[in-house]
Design a protein around this ligand. Structure first.
Ligand code: DCP
Length: 715
């Protein structure tokens, strides 16, 4: 549930920067000959040419959409270049994209507090920079204004009479009688334009930006004019923007809450919320959410830009849809080993570069059981304290999996009637490392840390008990991700592991991704401050005071273990370091400018196609929940819809929303990747994943997600 944050004054300058067709740009930088050409990045799986995950703007003009597979994209745009995501350990390797995102972020962070919101999105608080500019070099006195700034879109400024848009923008920036807020935004326009040019110069990537007085409005604005453009929301235009904004487009309203607002309250646009008093909204949705809703209807959002450049957690996941579901424990162990190896590599890298350690290991899985009335039961997520070293992470993750499986299939349900075994399949697996905190400086070397890790406290003999105890401590109430670990003791044998379940979902392609997860966690807290869980209490004294205490116990035994661990760690670490990707842009900027004209002149056509596509995709997306079609079927539906008669005029008055929706089969969504994706995609996916309370009502009333992208449909 959204929580109302303290209201802030409206004189902040917040920018939301969003990279344009990000993965495509990263691939085009690697292969400059692809610049300016219709290009798409496809997933690792090659079924039907692989699922498209990023589409260049040139390809979008031909009607290529992210929901398509390669083959379909080739049909609508035969000259399209399909680039496969890099692959490592049999799965997509997103490190290159993450690193590219970090390059951009480090440039943006030069001018203000910077929060990395997803793999390609950043919030910037430019208030101080704008105030300084206003005091030292106010825009109204500037003679020359950068071209990029003059290309800004200022919401509410009208140029219908054909007047020179740049001149209008110049006048707006130059106004000396503007109120303080607009003057600050004028500074924001100049700063962001400069930053975007700097990003282009140093990384060769274009990005789009929204500039407003708060995060919510900046985020809304950044997607309005893409690619390579910036949009400003002056205070006076806020209400106009919100009045016609479909409620489900608002961050955090893509799921159940948005659905309830539509169905129960008849709220279709954010502006519709204005008719309700704060008390009424609180009565219906609780104090916090009620106030939050009341605020967003008025464009009020006090959320601060957190100074966070590093991920809050790391994760690695893979999905195994349809016939690829894992049906044996050994198959699961094989993949868990791959995922843990990757996770370990990223943890080592974080440790090396940022001197941070993660404290919690979590395993998530999705599974199904055949011939079982309880087949909807969720596979429980399990957590335990994280021990560094690939082998340890693999061992712990496997234990967590066994604990989860045991709970999932039921302790005595392994063998059901007679010789028939309960059959199961794992359709998605992921491991993540969270509770990442900095190592207090000067108090703990990496070697000491690993020395401690090899102490008897975490010996494998005791690990089961420790995992159980610590996971209990670590479990915040009501958070299923940290559910208690009931480890199998002794290990259970899974007689069903050789059984094979017929493919009930034929033809599904494999989707896979791995992630940096960005979650709400306070990175500023050091281990010594975190006394809430037993695990951290144990670690703090060691981290703070070196190797005293526990290390003195069982010294001989530990010393032997330590030597082994240390050398294993060092060699793993050397190996991982050696293979780490280093991306450096080398192509000439001039060349880039020549080949790619980001002015967006022919975007309106493309917009129409995108909007139409969005509707179709979202309809499909909404259908996943109950019907679980495969992608082929869904694509057919989509094509049929596109050839159909529905006309679309979705909020053209508010300029283009060219965000494409994700069309996924529910089994193909890897839970570990969701948090790293842009918020609107997260919202959509979460909405599909959550069980709907009243699916019948929704269908009857025409209130599927697509409905809100197609105002012409009758409700
Ligand atoms: N991505 C992904 N899986 C998804 C959605 C996105 O792997 N379901 C990746 C590919 C994108 C990147 O994340 O390049 C950023 O996603 P965006 O939604 O920001 O889309 P793009 O940057 O590709 O395009 P746009 O210019 O529309 O923002």
């Amino acid at each position: 549930m959204p929580v109302a944050k303290p209201e802030s004054c409206d004189s902040r300058v917040i920018a939301h920067i969003d990279m344009d067709c990000f993965y495509v740009q990263v691939e085009q930088r690697k292969q400059p000959q692809l610049r300016g050409l219709p290009t798409a990045v496809v997933q690792y799986n090659e079924w039907k040419g692989g699922a498209l995950i990023a589409v260049s703007y040139e390809a979008r003009k031909f009607g290529v959409k992210r929901s398509m597979r390669g083959e379909e994209a080739k049909e609508v745009c035969p000259q399209i270049h399909l680039v496969q995501v890099p692959v490592a350990r049999g799965k997509a390797d997103l490190n290159g994209y993450r690193n590219a995102g970090s390059e951009v972020m480090s440039i943006l962070a030069r001018r203000g507090r910077c929060e990395r919101a997803s793999i390609d999105e950043v919030y910037l608080d430019l208030t101080d920079a704008a105030e300084t500019m206003l005091a030292e070099a106010p825009p109204q006195h500037l003679e020359a204004i950068d071209e990029e700034a003059l290309k800004s879109h200022i919401l509410g400024l009208n140029n219908e009479d054909g007047s020179d848009v740049k001149e209008i923008v110049r006048n707006w920036i130059h106004r000396c009688h503007a109120d303080h807020r607009d003057k600050l935004l004028a500074c924001g326009i100049l700063i962001v334009a400069e930053l975007r040019m700097q990003v282009l110069k140093e990384t060769e990537f274009t990005c789009s930006a929204g500039i407003a007085h708060n995060k919510m409005l900046a985020k809304l604005a950044s997607g309005m004019n893409k690619p390579a453009q910036q949009t400003v929301v002056p205070f006076s235009s806020v209400q106009g923007l919100l009045n016609s904004l479909p409620i489900r487009k608002m961050k955090q309203l893509g799921g159940k809450l948005g659905m309830s607002l539509q169905i129960d309250m008849g709220v279709n646009t954010v502006g519709d919320l204005l008719q309700f008093s704060e008390e009424k909204l609180q009565e219906r949705y609780g104090l916090n959410t009620g106030t939050w809703l009341w605020n967003i209807a008025r464009g009020i959002n006090g959320e601060a830009v957190e100074g966070r450049l590093l991920p809050k957690s790391h994760g690695s996941g893979k999905t195994f849809p349809g016939p690829r579901a894992l049906k044996t424990v050994s198959a699961v162990q094989h993949w868990l080993n791959q995922l843990c190896e990757e996770l370990s590599e990223r943890l080592c890298s974080d440790l090396e570069q940022n001197k941070r350690i993660a404290h919690t290991l979590t395993l998530h899985a999705r599974a199904y059981k055949s011939s079982d009335s309880d087949s909807e039961k969720k596979f429980p997520s399990k957590s335990c304290p994280l021990r560094y070293g690939t082998a340890k992470i693999q061992e712990d993750a496997f234990n967590l999996f066994q604990a989860g499986l045991r709970e999932y299939i039921g302790l005595y349900g392994v063998k059901s009637q007679g010789s028939h075994y309960s059959r199961w399949g794992i359709t998605s697996l992921s491991v993540s490392a969270s509770k990442i905190v900095p190592i207090p400086s000067g108090t703990c070397s990496i070697v000491k840390y690993f020395h401690w890790q090899s102490s008897s406290h975490f010996s494998s003999i005791q690990s089961a008990e420790n995992l159980r105890m610590d996971a209990t401590h670590l479990s915040p109430p009501g958070n299923e991700s940290y559910s208690e670990v009931g480890l199998p003791e002794p290990k259970i044998h899974f007689p069903g592991e050789d059984s094979w379940i017929e493919d009930t979902t034929p033809g599904l392609g494999l989707q896979e991704q791995k992630i940096n997860v960005w979650k709400d966690e306070d990175l500023s807290c050091s281990p010594s401050k975190k006394k809430v869980d037993g695990f951290t209490e144990d670690t703090s004294p060691l981290l703070l005071s070196g190797t005293q205490g526990c290390l003195e116990q069982n010294q001989n035994k530990q010393q032997r273990e330590f030597s082994k661990d240390e050398s294993r760690f060092k060699s793993e670490y050397r190996e991982q370091k050696g293979t780490r990707l280093k991306n450096k842009g080398t192509s000439s900027i001039l060349k880039f400018f020549k080949s790619c004209n980001p002015s967006g002149t022919s975007l309106s056509q493309e917009h129409d196609r995108t909007v139409q596509g969005t509707d179709a995709q979202l309809t499909n997306g909404a259908g996943f929940q109950s019907s679980c079609h495969n992608l082929a079927e869904l694509n057919e539906v989509e094509v049929a819809k596109e050839n159909g008669t529905s006309s679309h005029s979705y909020i053209r008055d508010q300029d283009e929303w060219r965000r494409e929706a994700w069309s996924y089969n529910i089994n193909e969504i890897d839970p570990s990747v969701i948090d790293e994706l842009p918020m609107e995609i997260q919202d959509e996916i979460q909405a599909w994943l959550r069980p709907r309370k009243r699916p019948n009502n929704i269908v009857q009333r025409g209130s599927t997600i697509s409905h809100y992208f197609s105002p012409t449909k009758k409700s």
